[in-house]
Design a protein around this ligand. Structure first.
Ligand code: 6PG
Length: 471
């Protein structure tokens, strides 16, 4: 017979992420309870618990709330949007002042801000936390990006630290700022994720066009994953090339439709970057290319209308080396843009996002974990107020070491007619960013010419207007 108030942590939504997160917590010694209306999910939760751990699934929310220790810690992993508000509405009559509600889904940070305020009035703590790492991460150690109420964070901190991925013994979780900061950081994480995935797909296109087989692609990515490109996304890409289709004799990757899906977090990153504004063109490009992938019918017509160009042959190993450096260069640029966005957003939206902690949390568990992250940790150690990691000396050396091959690679892709918008956009951003003087003086002149929008001069302070074309 179970006594009341015995569970440390409750979860609403026992899809695979919710279930795995709870099982992970139970393996770390916490007593956990989950709620899902679907009784089969409760059975699945209890059935997959490690023997000796305390795990219970119930199909009545009030039953779960009644069995939690106080103050209660309740997390939800449900789809973003209305379902989160519905869960909050169903929880409110059951909770008491001081209880903690955690939204671990990919909610938009403005929704989180609204919910923080709403629940604050009711003296309920609300935290938006980003959880990255997919199903396996949730089970074995995700990267966790909490933001919001600091007192509430301290309540759940031991549990989050226990379940999080560890790098050199340090848990990949830290308080990442006020109010909507956790979800903001996760949104930008996903923007960077979109960018790197786009860059990897372009690298694949270039190598495939050069005739590399899936086996050779596998070996190439596997080798890359042992060097400076070591990362989760490169690692799984190497695996993907080996996977055989279970319905035909083909490799699975070759029979997958090229229309890419998306759930919106990449788009949100781009949208919000423009609001700030901060330039994140590699992320914008990645979002646009997923959209363009959906124009299948038009692309078929355009493919027939516009023939491809023949490129000069490049020896295979030479090309692989160029792609290696190009992908490395553009990956650094993707992080640089995402982190610059966080730097600006932290100030403009008063979220106090600690960038040294963000890159530290991203070292393990999350989709964008990579051997580059410790380099960024060092950069922020030297200067926590770094507005762009490209201004760090060590990062600059890495970028410069890959710059020549990146230019050669992009020239090759352009000549061969291989779409490489992400790679190109990273180089274009780099060239603009390192320009002491951009050609935007001409834009200012044009604005003033047709619209009397005024301009500033380089030699005399003040604002000027000219009656253009009158001499
Ligand atoms: C993660 C992922 C995860 C999810 C993406 C997929 O960090 O674990 O980012 O949150 O897989 O949101 O996003 P798309 O469906 O938009 O590609």
């Amino acid at each position: 017979m179970m006594s009341d108030n015995i569970f440390d942590f409750g979860m609403i939504g026992l899809g695979v992420m919710g279930r795995n997160f709870l099982l992970n917590m139970a393996d770390n010694g916490f007593s956990v309870i989950g709620f899902d209306k679907d009784a089969a999910k409760n059975t699945a939760l209890e059935g997959s618990a490690t023997p000796g751990t305390t795990v219970k699934g119930v199909s009545e929310l009030s039953q779960m709330i009644g069995l939690l220790k106080r103050p209660r810690n309740v997390m939800m992993l449900v789809p973003a949007g209305q379902p989160v508000d519905d869960v909050i509405a169903s929880l409110l009559p059951l909770l008491e002042k001081g209880d903690v509600i955690i939204d671990g889904g990919n909610s938009h940070y403005t929704d989180t801000l609204r919910r923080v305020k709403y629940l604050h009035e009711k003296e309920i703590h609300f935290m938006g936390i980003g959880v990255s790492g997919g199903e396996e991460g949730a089970r074995r150690g995700p990267s966790i990006m909490p933001g919001g109420d600091l007192a509430a964070y301290e309540n759940v901190r031991p549990m989050l630290e226990a379940v999080a991925a560890k790098v050199d013994g340090t848990p990949c979780v830290a308080y990442l700022g006020k109010e909507g900061a956790g979800h903001y950081v996760k949104m930008v994480h996903n923007g960077i994720e979109y960018a790197i995935m786009q860059l990897i797909s372009e690298s694949y296109a270039i190598l495939k066009a050069a005739g590399l087989s899936n086996q050779q692609l596998h070996e190439t990515f596997k080798t890359w994953n042992e060097g400076k490109l070591k990362s989760f996304l490169v690692e799984i890409t190497a695996d993907i090339f080996l996977q055989k289709d279970d319905k035909t004799d083909a490799h699975l990757v070759d029979v997958i439709s090229d229309k890419a899906g998306s759930k919106g977090t990449g788009k949100w990153t781009s949208q919000d970057s423009m609001e700030l504004p901060v330039a994140v063109p590699v992320i914008d490009t990645a979002v646009a290319m997923r959209t363009l992938s959906g124009y299948k019918d038009e692309r078929i017509k355009a493919a027939a209308l516009y023939s491809t160009t023949a490129a000069d042959a490049v020896p295979t190993q030479e090309l692989i080396d160029k792609v290696y450096d190009g992908l490395y260069f553009a990956t650094i640029l993707s992080y640089a843009q995402g982190l610059a966005m966080l730097f600006q957003a932290s100030k403009d939206l008063q979220m106090d996002i600690p960038l040294p902690e963000v890159v530290s949390v991203w070292r393990g568990g999350c989709i964008i974990r990579a051997s580059l992250l410790p380099v960024f940790v060092n950069a922020y150690k030297q200067n926590p107020e770094l507005s762009n990691i490209l201004l760090n000396q060590e990062v600059a050396e890495l970028v410069k070491s890959a710059e020549g091959n990146t230019r050669a690679l992009i020239a090759h892709a352009a000549q061969a007619g291989i779409p490489a918008a992400g790679l190109m956009s990273s180089l274009a951003y780099f060239d603009a960013y390192r320009s002491e003087r951009m050609p935007t003086n001409l834009i200012q002149a044009q604005r003033d010419y047709f619209g009397a929008h005024t301009y500033q001069r380089i030699d005399i302070p003040g604002t000027f207007h000219t009656e253009w074309g009158q001499q």
